[in-house]
Design a protein around this ligand. Structure first.
Ligand code: URA
Length: 234
């Protein structure tokens, strides 16, 4: 691929903008030699203003989503893309969230531009376990674990029962819930169905990938290949 297209596809600017970057001599190789728009040079060799380029397509990143942000590109309020470099919104192929978390839910959120990977993670057939920690308005009744695990639970207005889910009681009003689906507001609706109310919700893990404590709310980082593989290990 010609460099001008490669760099424009990474979201650094339109082809016209990027063509100017070449004219201004801002695009070089690792040794500082000026490169030209038509050159075909490996991605890792290219520098823009002396800096390596963003990762090529196939990138996966994890964010510690804070409360108060929606998983949308164009919601009028605060959106998770506001927490990433602005050019990430302009990439082609587009960077998307892997599923969604509600505005009021915090925790592990993945992004990728790899459509096949995204599908493999969110497909109900993949049975990737998502673990949530919930703070509840009322004490647990005691029968929730059995009902959630039954594979018979029906949510309002739905026609298919929920896949079995695992409840772990952490305290009188705190619980950890592991689910393998991603239905709309699933965790909140499950607790609502047993007469409770989720006051705070946090996603701790997706498959074998755990949100590490070093990532503060609002922070993000790229994932290494072994971390992406961990998503499919529970
Ligand atoms: N279940 C919910 O209710 N909300 C989320 O954000 C994720 C799962």
């Amino acid at each position: 691929m010609k460099l001008v297209k490669l760099i424009a596809n990474l979201g650094y600017g339109s082809r016209k903008d990027v063509a100017w970057m070449f004219r201004e001599g801002r695009v070089t190789d690792a040794q500082g030699e000026v490169l030209y728009a038509d050159d075909k040079v490996p991605h890792g060799e290219v520098r823009l203003d002396g800096e390596p380029l963003d990762p090529p397509p196939g990138m996966v990143l994890m964010m510690h989503k804070p409360v108060g942000y929606t998983c949308s590109r164009k919601d009028p309020g605060r959106v998770v893309f506001d927490l990433l470099p602005p050019r990430y919104r302009m990439r082609d192929p587009a960077l998307s969230t892997v599923g969604r978390l509600d505005r009021d839910t915090s925790g592990l959120l993945l992004f990728t531009d790899d459509g096949a990977l995204l599908h493999r993670i969110i497909s109900p057939r993949a049975h990737v376990t998502k673990v949530y920690e919930a703070e509840l308005a009322h004490g647990l009744r005691g029968d929730e674990g059995e009902l959630f695990a039954s594979g018979q639970m029906m949510l309002e207005a739905e026609t298919e029962p929920l896949e079995p889910a695992r409840l772990e009681v952490l305290g009188p009003r705190r619980a950890r819930l592991a689910i393998t689906e991603g239905r709309y507001h699933q965790v909140r609706r499950m607790f609502a169905a047993v007469g409770n109310h989720v006051e705070a919700l946090h996603r701790a893990s997706i498959g074998g990938l755990v949100l590490d404590g070093q990532l503060a709310a609002g922070a993000w980082r790229m994932l290494a290949a072994d971390e992406v593989a961990a998503i499919f290990r529970s």
